[in-house]
Ligand binder design. Structure first.
Ligand code: G3P
Ligand code: CA
Length: 302
C-alpha cells in the first residue's frame, strides 16, 4: 500500500511518483497483474464513462457538491436539484462516520454546515442523524439531514445523471469494498466515477473495483505526478487551475496518454474561457446552469 500523499512526497524518492524505482516497478507490475493492461476492456459501459471524462468539442461540466449555489451542499436537496439541472456530472464528497458509514460531507468537521461540532469521524451515524445540515444555508432547508452514500445512490439510480464521488481521508479495503458493493448493487458502473487525493484509496479502488473509473486529485503537477496517474490507470486528473498552469504542456501529454484533466472550482466566464483554451476536459463549478448556457453559446465557435 502507498503510505504518503503526493504533496508530502520528497521529489528525490519519486520514480513513479512516490517510491524508489524498484518498489515502483513492483507496484506497477502488481497493479498491471491485477488490472490487466486496460481495466476498461472488461466493460463497455465503463468505457463509456471513461469517454465521458474526456472533452469532445469543449469541456464537460460538473456540478460542485450538488447544486450548491441553490441548496445546502452535499444534501439530497442539492443533489436532486443538480440531477434536474442535467449537467454532465454531479460531484459529492464522502467522509466516514465513527461506525464506518459513508456520508455526504465536505468538511472533516461538522461545524460549518451542520448544527453539530467536531470531527465527522468522531460521531456515529445515529448521532449525525440528529443534526440539521440545511439551516446554515437557509430557513427553507431547515431539518435537511446529512445523507448516507446509500441514500444518495438511491436518488441517483433512477435518474440519467452521472456522479463523481470523492473519497475524503483514508479508507480501508473493507470500507472501499463496502462503498463499491453499494454501487454494484445498483448497476452504476457506467454512471459513477470515484475521485480522491489519497493514492491509497485510488490503489484500493484499482484492485477492488477496476471496472469503476477513477480520477486522481493532486496539488502537484509534474512528470512524476503524471507517471503516478498512468501507473494507477486513472481516467482523469483533477486539480486547481493554478496547479495545471505550472506546466500546461503536461495537460496535452496527459491527453496523449488517454488521461483527462479536470479543474475546480471555476465560476466566472474568464475562468471558463481560460480552461477551454488550456485544453481542459472537465470543469467543476458552483454555477452549472450559467456554465452550460455559456457552453451552448459557443456552438459554431469550437
Ligand atoms: O472534486 C474536486 C474538488 O471538489 C476538490 O475540492 O475541496 O471542493 O472537495 P473540494
Ligand atoms: Ca470534492
Amino acid at each position: 500500500m502507498i503510505h504518503r500523499k503526493l504533496r508530502t512526497t520528497p521529489a528525490p524518492e519519486r520514480a513513479f511518483g512516490w517510491r524508489t524505482p524498484l518498489l515502483s516497478g513492483v507496484f506497477v507490475l502488481a497493479l498491471t497483474a491485477a488490472l490487466g493492461s486496460n481495466p476498461f476492456t472488461a466493460s463497455a459501459s465503463a468505457l463509456q464513462l471513461h469517454g465521458a471524462l474526456h472533452r469532445s468539442e469543449t469541456f464537460g461540466i460538473i456540478s460542485h457538491r450538488g447544486a450548491a449555489a441553490l441548496a445546502p451542499e452535499n444534501t439530497l436537496a442539492a443533489m436532486r436539484l443538480a440531477f434536474e439541472q442535467g449537467v454532465d456530472f454531479v460531484e459529492a464528497d464522502l467522509h466516514l462516520t465513527a461506525d464506518g458509514v459513508p456520508v455526504l460531507m465536505h468538511d472533516p468537521t461538522l461545524d460549518r454546515t451542520t448544527t453539530g461540532a467536531g470531527p465527522v469521524s468522531a460521531h456515529s451515524l445515529e448521532q449525525l442523524r440528529a443534526l440539521d445540515a440545511g439551516s446554515w444555508f437557509g430557513r427553507d432547508f431547515a431539518g435537511e439531514p446529512i445523507p448516507t452514500l446509500e441514500e444518495f445512490l438511491d436518488e441517483l439510480a433512477p435518474t440519467n445523471s452521472r456522479a463523481l464521488i470523492e473519497l475524503k481521508g483514508s479508507w480501508s479495503d473493507e470500507q472501499v469494498a463496502g462503498a463499491v458493493d453499494m454501487l454494484r448493487a445498483r448497476y452504476l458502473v457506467d454512471r459513477v466515477a470515484f475521485e480522491s487525493f489519497e493514492l491509497e484509496n485510488l490503489e484500493r479502488l484499482a484492485v477492488l473495483a477496476p471496472e469503476y473509473a477513477r480520477v486522481m486529485l493532486t496539488r502537484e503537477w509534474d512528470q512524476p505526478t503524471l507517471d503516478t496517474a498512468a501507473a494507477l490507470n486513472v481516467s482523469a486528473i483533477g486539480a486547481r487551475s493554478k496547479v495545471f498552469e505550472a506546466d500546461l504542456g503536461l495537460v496535452e501529454a496527459a491527453r496523449v496518454l488517454g488521461i483527462g484533466t479536470m479543474v475546480y472550482t471555476l465560476n466566472t466566464e474568464q475562468q471558463w474561457r481560460q480552461a477551454r483554451s488550456q485544453g481542459i476536459d472537465l470543469v467543476i463549478t458552483d454555477d452549472p446552469v450559467a456554465l452550460e448556457t455559456w457552453r451552448e453559446n459557443l456552438s459554431g465557435d469550437v
